[in-house]
Design a protein around this ligand. Structure first.
Ligand SMILES: Nc1ncnc2c1ncn2[C@@H]1O[C@H](COP(=O)(O)OP(=O)(O)OP(=O)(O)O)[C@@H](O)[C@H]1O
Ligand SMILES: [Mg+2]
Length: 239
């Protein structure tokens, strides 16, 4: 479970007046379930996910990970409730790499390098045996139908292929939590359905899935266990 209590994010730097993008959010997000965040543009969905994913720190409030940090911090027992907002930066980095996998709207693939190199990027700092990691990356890409493209430059991929590379990259360190920000925004309905099929497999594998979406294929899906609706930085409903 991921537990947020009174989480606030106020942007201040370079602004004439501070702006509160996430406003006193208190929420329990179940593990091994799919939670969808919806709401109008600017309502704070992406900001909230960056706080949960340890990419930014809240201005105030607390976020606890219950039993999700795995072996990211070896000195902590896995089942322990971990309060992430007060952790030193180096621990946050470890959790960001080990516990979370990110899929962004624009996929954020690194241009000019190959598909395989993109998938391997998050593994460089972990110090694992490079051959084992590469074998895993190849297997994952093959299972996503990308065997033909292992050495292709990502610049030449179609939208659906690019997205599957982004998924392979998000999963390469076997994260407990997958965060996807508007993952279907650039996909047609067939590829969006395909994306949801993959999410279904990951849910069956026990992953915790957090997805922001404006897309009814995502938030109306039977796979969605919880839909959190946001407005002006606040949670207005949970269903
Ligand atoms: N670094 C920043 N500095 C100042 N304001 C920011 C910053 N990042 C985001 N914001 C503002 O915070 C608000 C929430 O942004 P956020 O990206 O979380 O919205 P969102 O719900 O994901 O919207 P969308 O559906 O368009 O992706 C917006 O008004 C945005 O302009
Ligand atoms: Mg957003």
């Amino acid at each position: 479970m991921i537990e947020l209590s009174q989480v606030v994010k106020t942007y201040q730097a370079g602004l004439a007046t501070p702006f509160t993008a996430v406003d006193r959010v208190t929420l329990s997000i179940p593990a091994a379930r799919l939670t969808v965040f919806k709401g109008p543009s600017g309502s704070g969905k992406t900001t909230l996910l960056t706080l949960i994913g340890c990419m930014a720190r809240p201005t105030s409030g607390r976020i606890h990970l219950h039993g999700l940090a795995g072996d990211a911090l070896p000195h902590l027992a896995p089942a322990e409730a971990l309060e992430i907002t007060s952790l030193p930066e180096r621990f946050l980095t470890a959790i960001r790499r080990r516990t979370f996998g990110f899929i962004f709207q624009q996929f954020n693939l690194v241009r000019g390098i190959s598909v395989l190199e993109n998938v391997l990027l998050p593994t460089y700092p972990t110090g694992e045996d490079p051959r084992a990691v590469e074998a895993r990356a190849v297997a994952r890409l093959e299972s996503l139908g990308l065997a033909r493209h292992l050495r292709s430059s990502v610049d030449r991929l179609s939208g659906g292929e690019a997205q599957r590379v982004a998924i392979a990259r998000a999963l390469i360190n076997d994260p407990a939590v997958i965060i996807a920000d508007e993952p279907t925004a650039h996909l047609d309905s067939r590829l969006s359905e395909e994306f949801m099929d993959l999410m279904s497999q990951f849910k069956d594998a026990g992953k915790t899935l957090l997805i922001t979406s404006h897309d009814p294929i995502v938030y109306d899906s039977d796979l969605a266990d919880m839909v959190v609706e946001m407005r002006d930085g606040r949670v207005v409903s949970e269903t």
